[in-house]
Design a protein around this ligand. Structure first.
Ligand code: ASP
Ligand code: MG
Length: 455
């Protein structure tokens, strides 16, 4: 097979007619064979998520359908100039929107929203955005075809809200289909964010999951590279909103990028690195609005392991839940019991530290009340919660073996009079993280960045 690139574009690059044309220009200029993966138009997934968070009246549905239709037909008018392609795109949009409308009426009539309905509704943003971009590419002379991931055959494990791709099943189904599209001289424009369970129901990969979709497509196709096009230059040494002198990071390993993404750097979805890593596919993060910027390359560690601290990421809105009990650390299965209670309540544990008398868990602030309830119901008698925590994560290959690094970080934090809470080191060889009071986060971040990067 000739080499194939997978290009993924995020919603903020699809927001206006101008930015859509910019995206189409990048695709048309790519001489290699390519497959494109798209997010929904900026703000559309949020609209869908909000709308389907409650049961709605018929009137609500009508008003919502008007709004979502207008967003997309306006974009067609802004982005396309030929009557032929705009008319066709609008007809295709209407056909998709009818399906959404029927599902929303259905949910309204039976007064029910369940995980299956939620996932089905949330993925409509992508089903609509691919129609517009494919039409624009056709208008610009690059033959393209809008492809829905469930029809194509991106197969998931069936977990609503946080599905994962079944890579083997997906590869065997989508590879021949996409090869056929490419052989027919067309560029597939594929919906990101979701796939279908083996029995057919639509399941989403979690917010920002289109990056993960693109990586799965790249793996399935044995792509030569995966380009993730965004509205920022790539990964930075720290959030530039906190430290304006933050530096761009030219290169990261898969592990470093995954840890940074998981602990707050919202550049790519944390799961993106897995299919790319297992296919040994290089990821390039690039900026649609500054294509001349080098961006960040993500690949396997070189022979020398690319040793060095690359970046600091931060996460706010966390809380600590401490579960006490005599000999907690001794008893078999306590941690598993707590984890499964929280799992059933769909609460994610970001970090956990145990001692003889206490298990401390870091969870999202918005999950604390639910965590307290399920743990109490599950038999926990003594518990403390601490709100307003933030987490700092320091990432770099070789961190696990870097002498003196921890003391530099903690001295810098202590000099600012900031107290460090939970510390986790050693679980990952490329990352360690610790908590600080949310009010101290910016101060501590600036101090650590200054210590490690000199600015
Ligand atoms: N549209 C989805 C979201 O906003 C997926 C994505 O953008 O990657 O989360
Ligand atoms: Mg997005």
């Amino acid at each position: 097979m000739p080499s194939l690139k997978v290009l993924k574009f995020g919603g903020s690059s699809l927001k206006t007619g101008d930015s859509m044309r910019q995206v189409a220009g990048i695709i048309c200029a790519e001489k290699e064979k390519k497959a494109v993966v798209l997010s929904a138009v900026s703000g559309v997934t949020e609209m869908l998520v909000q709308f389907i968070s409650l049961t709605r009246s018929e009137g609500d549905v009508d008003a919502f359908m008007k709004r979502i239709t207008k967003v997309h037909t306006d974009l067609v008018d802004e982005a396309l100039s030929s009557v032929r392609y705009s008319t066709q795109a609008k007809e295709e949009l209407v056909a998709k929107l009818v399906k959404l409308e029927r599902m929303l009426y259905g949910s309204s009539y039976i007064e029910e929203v369940n995980p299956r309905i939620r996932d089905y509704v949330q993925c409509f943003g992508e089903r609509l955005s691919v129609i517009i971009l494919a039409a624009l590419l056709n208008e610009m002379g690059t033959p393209a075809r809008a492809v829905d991931a469930d029809e194509l055959g991106i197969i998931t494990d069936g977990e609503y809200g946080t599905a994962m791709v079944n890579m083997e099943a997906t590869r065997s189904i989508i590879r021949p289909k996409l090869l056929k599209v490419l052989q027919e001289g067309e560029t597939p424009v594929i919906t990101g964010f979701f796939g279908r369970a083996p029995e057919g129901s639509v399941t989403v990969f979690g917010r920002n999951g289109s990056d993960y979709s693109a990586s799965a497509v790249a793996n399935a196709m044995g792509a030569s590279s995966l380009e993730i096009w965004k509205d920022v230059d790539g990964f930075m040494s720290v959030d530039p909103k906190i430290v304006p002198s933050a530096k761009p990071i030219p290169q990261l390993t898969y592990d470093e990028a995954a840890e940074l993404a998981y602990f707050g750097a919202k550049v790519v979805h944390p799961m993106t690195m897995e299919p790319a890593r297992s296919g040994n596919i290089e990821i390039r993060v690039r900026n649609v609005f500054r294509p001349e910027a080098p961006g960040t390359i993500i690949r396997g560690a070189g022979k020398n392991g690319d040793i060095g601290i690359k970046s600091i990421s931060c996460m706010k809105n966390l809380s600590l839940v401490k579960v006490f009990g005599e000999g907690t650390g001794y008893k078999l299965g306590v941690l598993a019991d707590i984890a499964s209670l929280l799992r059933e309540a769909e609460i994610n544990i970001y970090s956990v530290v145990t001692s003889l008398t206490c298990i401390a868990l870091l969870v999202d602030k918005s999950d604390v009340a639910k965590a307290q309830k399920v743990l109490t119901e599950g038999g926990v008698t003594r518990m403390e919660t601490h709100a307003h925590f933030a987490l700092m994560c320091i990432v770099g290959e070789g961190l696990g073996s870097h002498k003196g690094l921890a003391s530099r970080v903690f001295k810098a934090v202590a000099k600012e009079g900031v107290n460090v809470g939970l510390i986790s080191a050693g679980a990952s060889l490329v990352a360690y993280h610790f908590t600080v009071d949310e009010a101290d986060l910016e101060k501590a971040t600036r101090a650590v960045h200054e210590e490690l990067f000199g600015c």
